[in-house]
Design a protein around this ligand. Structure first.
Ligand code: PHE
Length: 341
């Protein structure tokens, strides 16, 4: 009888050794300590033993029950500790691993040239004046001496809003009116950088959106010689003392007289190529003396002050600087292009 009891303890402890997880542990508990376990059955049957054996058998049965219970508790502890150890191992953080590289961005080639242009003009005493991209027809055309139905409007076809008279500016020149109206009758000397929009067929030389940097100087005694000298000086500061420039007569409704300044084509050295349209020269800017009507529209008296204005395209200038052959690269967002600058 008692041997059966001892064997039962041995088997139970051996089975406990093999238990590896909490599910198996619960199963073991039911099997060895549950209501229908051999031990419980044995204790239930005590009454059928001869009276003199009963006290000893009962005492031993209770001892075994306590022994199994404390073995269970100990096993539970061991499994918990093993669990913790496992998660510590698998979630270990290796602080000696190298970091992930951070990709460094860079300035867009247009921004780089814009900043260069700002620096040059700032050195020459021009402030930056910001004006809006969405304009009124009145500022973009009429106040610049381009009345409705004037054929010059064809040159600047653009994107019109649904509200009558609202459009995306076709050039930065409407900013001249905003700046003059803010400063008149005081002298003004500003550059007006910003995005412009035109409804154009997109080719290697023209895009539907591009930057311009406008310039405006108004004050007493400003002459055409001042304009030419200032532009030539700008070209030398921008491209170096040896740069060749040429001025050509031109026409803009808001300047009189008007001119265009070219610099020698960097790509072909003046021999002629696709970028310079086989002329050897690259058109850099349009300019002229501010038309008296425009001065009046800006709030100045054309009898006492005069001024000059100019407008240039930084994307074209970036093309010059870097030998870029196609203006469409600027807004194509191809990193292989952008990462070269
Ligand atoms: N606004 C003109 C253009 O877009 C350029 C220009 C500016 C010409 C200022 C003269 C004076 O072509």
């Amino acid at each position: 009888m008692l041997e059966r009891l001892e064997g039962l303890e041995k088997d139970a402890l051996a089975a406990l050794e093999a238990v590896q997880d909490s599910a198996a542990l619960a199963a073991w508990k039911t099997a060895c300590l549950g209501r229908s376990s051999p031990l419980a059955t044995f204790m239930g049957d005590l009454g059928s033993l001869p009276a003199e054996q009963r006290p000893q058998a009962g005492k031993r049965g209770n001892e075994i029950k306590r022994a199994l219970e404390s073995a269970l508790a100990a096993r539970e502890e061991t499994l918990k500790a093993a669990d913790l150890e496992r998660s510590l191992q698998s979630e270990k953080l290796d602080v000696t691993l190298p970091g992930r590289p951070v990709r460094r961005g860079r300035l867009h080639p247009s921004s780089q040239v814009l900043r260069r242009i700002y620096t040059v003009w700032a050195d020459m005493g021009f402030q930056i004046y910001r004006s809006r991209n969405v304009e009124l027809d009145e500022y973009n055309f009429t106040l610049l001496n381009i009345p409705p139905h004037h054929p010059a409007r064809d040159m600047w076809d653009t994107f019109y809003g649904t509200d009558p008279g609202v459009l995306l500016r076709t050039h930065t020149s409407p900013g001249q009116i905003h700046a003059m109206r803010e400063y008149a009758p005081e002298p003004v000397r500003v550059i007006l950088p910003g995005m412009c929009f035109r409804y154009e067929q997109i080719t290697a030389r023209s895009e539907i959106q591009f930057h311009q940097v406008e310039g405006l100087a108004v004050g007493p005694g400003i002459t055409f010689a001042n304009l030419k000298g200032t532009l030539a000086d700008f070209a030398r500061r921008m491209w170096g003392g040896n740069v060749r420039t040429q001025f050509r007569a031109d026409h803009f409704p808001f300047t009189e007289p008007s001119l265009e300044m070219d610099i020698e084509c960097f790509l072909c050295g003046g021999k002629g190529c696709t970028v310079c349209k086989y002329s050897g020269w690259l058109e850099i800017l349009g300019a002229g003396m501010v038309h008296p009507t425009v001065l009046k529209n800006g709030g100045y008296d054309p009898k006492t002050v005069s001024g000059f204005a100019f407008g240039m395209g930084p994307e074209r200038i970036a093309m010059l600087r870097h030998g870029i052959e196609d203006i469409r690269n600027f807004w194509g967002n191809d990193l292989r292009f952008l990462e070269q600058f």
